[in-house]
Ligand binder design. Sequence first.
Ligand SMILES: [Fe+2]
Length: 251
Amino acid sequence: MPRNNKTPLIQRIARQANETFKICSSSAIGDSKVFLDRQAELSTLLTQIRAADLKIAPPKKGSKPSDQTPPVTYMHICETDTFSMGVFLLKGDASIPLHDHPGMHGMLKVLYGKVRIRCFDKLDNPPCAECETAFDPPLLPFQKDALRRSLLRSTGEYSEESGPCILTPLKDNLHQIDAIEGPAAFLDILAPPYDPDDGRDCHYYKVLQTVSKTVEKSEANGEEEMWLLEIPQPEDFWCGGEPYPGPEVSV
Ligand SMILES: [Fe+2]
């Protein structure tokens, strides 16, 4: 029997993530055939992984989490200079608010439950002469600097049967993740990892409602231009930690 078949799938995923993303030092890497081939192989491995492979199970039906527990918890699996990998667990109807991954790639694979993911691209900001009156509620003067033009690229639902949701430094880099129909968990790979000291801090956003056509809002091919406001981390969102119970991973 090939040695590979005895290696836990999560270990094979970690090795493949390392092989895929260690060549990410070039900004043109997204077009590199080698990178795309390796990422496709990683995607195939991720599609196969299930909660049981990580010794994780959904909460028992009827068990009610206390309001004091975090809406989202994170199980750290491994982190190198190249990538980080862990599992996010969302209580029923919990959300991870709209946030970005500056200069990073990401792959997200649902392990149990179902999530809805809205993906945005950040666009270059044009001048916004009408900003003071164009939004409902109106912007406060200091908020103009926190305004970001964006493109809503997709809204999709993912379950354990789905392949991974993929983000790149330029495409689908912002996302909001909502657990629907109960609790959910997903495996998350980010490359390179968040590092505020290296310009990769996480920022949160909210979608602004416009009140007039004076601010451009076009819709074509299901993609819609929107205005986002960078905000502090929402008060109703915080992320706790819990131990990872699955097979040991080394890279
Ligand atoms: Fe994310």
